[in-house]
Write a protein that binds this ligand. Structure first.
Ligand code: ATP
Ligand code: MG
Length: 256
């Protein structure tokens, strides 16, 4: 069995009276793509936020390997080897593709993308060294991102999502969490993202993919977790998930 890179046990998070994530447990292994699906409001983004430290869990334990990360600030989570992309891409649209990817090389004392961007504008970010420049060029080639000098505003949504993936990869993560990488993508964008994810797991990364495109996710992942109303209601092989009563209940309101 491959090494467990990430594990969550009994993780809960409420916002006021809303129990967004309830007693969730899951594991992600090296070289594995894990799909996380569920209807709007199921708690998928909240779980990613809690894992990466953008939000603090109310209960539970999150581990990288054997190291517990409960309640860390996001920078500690990233230092531990996480990188993520966002449901709504967080790119500086009036900067180039290369500049946006470079943000991934900014030291992790910056806790949010916007503080990172502010640091880039104020000159606090390190300028790209030739070595980092080469890594950006290589990453772009690997992910089929063309024209590094284009402005991000001129890209399709699918291309913008790939730029976010490249920015995350520049951190050299062992675990990559992608929130809706296929949303709003045209067929070429979806194809490009599938290509990118395949390459990423070949590096031995563990990848968590949250998305509503159930058919695409099921065809891509090794294992599928289904969430509903904050809880994990199914965790298993994609074929078993697709044929499960839980799937019918969650998506069609009928277990028969
Ligand atoms: N920052 C917040 N403050 C208050 N409530 C929140 C916050 N973020 C999420 N919620 C609530 O928590 C629940 C889970 O939301 P979450 O965004 O995690 O779901 P999701 O599965 O990602 O949904 P979607 O598929 O629409 O992105 C929802 O009821 C949502 O309204
Ligand atoms: Mg979400």
């Amino acid at each position: 069995m491959d090494e467990i890179l990430l594990s969550c046990s009994n993780v809960s998070k409420s916002y006021g009276g809303v129990a967004a994530v309830r007693a969730v447990g899951l594991e992600l292994r090296a070289g594995e793509i894990l799909g996380l699906i569920g209807p709007n409001g199921a708690g998928k983004t909240t779980l990613v936020d809690v894992i990466t430290g953008q939000q603090t869990a109310d209960t539970g334990v999150i581990r990288i390997g054997t190291v517990s990360l409960t309640g860390p600030p996001s920078r500690r989570a990233r230092l531990a080897g996480f990188a993520r992309t966002f449901q709504h891409p967080q790119l500086a649209l009036d900067m180039t593709v290369r500049e946006n990817i470079l943000i991934g090389a900014v030291p992790d004392r910056f806790s949010s993308p916007w503080r990172v961007l502010a640091s880039a504008f104020s000159g606090a970010a390190r300028p790209a060294t030739p070595e980092i420049d080469d890594r950006i060029t290589d990453l772009a080639a690997e992910l089929n991102i063309s024209a590094l000098d284009r402005m991000c505003a001129d890209l399709t949504l699918g291309e913008q999502r790939l730029v976010e993936v490249a920015r995350a990869l520049l951190r050299g993560p062992t675990v990559l969490l992608l929130d809706e990488p296929f949303a709003g993508g045209d067929p070429r964008g979806v194809e490009g993202m599938i290509h990118a994810l395949t390459r990423i797991v070949e590096r031995g990364c563990g990848v968590l993919v949250v998305d509503h495109n159930v058919d695409i996710v099921a065809s891509l992942v090794d294992r599928l977790v289904l969430m509903d109303q904050g809880q994990v209601v199914f965790d298993g092989l994609p074929t078993a998930a697709m044929a499960s009563q839980e799937m019918r209940t969650v998506y069609f309101g009928s277990g028969t």
